[in-house]
Design a protein around this ligand. Sequence first.
Ligand code: NAP
Length: 282
Amino acid sequence: MSDNRPLAGKTAFVTGGSGAIGRYSAKYLLRDGAAVLLMARHPELLEKARSELLREVPDGRVEIFAGDARRAEQVRAALRQACDIANRLDILVPTVGGSIGYRPLLMCSEDDFRKDLEINLLTTFIVVRYGVPLMARGGAIVCISSTAAKMPFNGLVGYGTAKGGLENFVQGAAEELGAAGIRINAVRPGLMRANNNDRLMQEPIHGKFVEQMPLGRTGEPDDIAAAVRYLAGPESSWVTGQSFAVDGGHELRRNPDLTFMMEEMYGREAIAAVRQGKPPKP
Ligand SMILES: NC(=O)c1ccc[n+]([C@@H]2O[C@H](COP(=O)([O-])OP(=O)(O)OC[C@H]3O[C@@H](n4cnc5c(N)ncnc54)[C@H](OP(=O)(O)O)[C@@H]3O)[C@@H](O)[C@H]2O)c1
């Protein structure tokens, strides 16, 4: 019997595959017929994600690879495993990213800044650099940016810099890869439910974000996964080099003032000092 699902026969590679955006994106790709390989570091979380996905799509093909997306040789091994599923690779979804946490610029070390760039930018570069040569029939790459790419977040300068750089990377790569039939775009999520952002999703911080969102709620992984699926599939076949916000309209307003949270984290004096351009005393 022929499979008429829009992604039937295709193979997708998802880093951060046990995380909120990775897992839900994989679900949307799987439902529409793609085989999926999930990569992340902890094997038990990957196994759990695979079981959940197979409950949703019992006839789906889901493979897992435990490894660190900052390490090119591990990503290359995972990409090869994905390609071996059906001797092709069509869709790359590098979702790994995040921040060192809210920390004023003048409290950041070189290592802090490097970590933000590495986890957001380098992990995406590695997937694209080594995934594209395996995409012999062309394909689609969907990266994950953040509202921080467009709006300055007090305390997240390294993260915002990395995501802003990621959006520029998407444009440059789209220009270079178009002739090979490879599209690359990004989704720019606003605050949403995920594995590791409990503090932001609790009151009073959650409410302060919601106040800045015209649609009156924070996001769910499904909100982002639907956009990833659009950018990965044939419906977006004339779209490349774009990053678009899926954020309840947050970009129309501004970021909440979270000074109180940083005062709780670092002390009032320290925050007052950095406001004056002085690093706090050790
Ligand atoms: N959640 C939000 O509100 C939000 C908003 C805007 C943008 N984003 C962006 O969305 C992306 C995905 O975040 P999420 O919300 O889905 O996060 P999440 O639920 O915390 O998931 C993160 C995933 O990445 C994996 N991971 C982390 N470090 C890794 C590494 N070095 N190598 C391989 N895998 C690694 C984690 O698994 P292991 O720990 O087992 O490796 C997990 O699978 C990030 O780029 C983030 O910046 C999120």
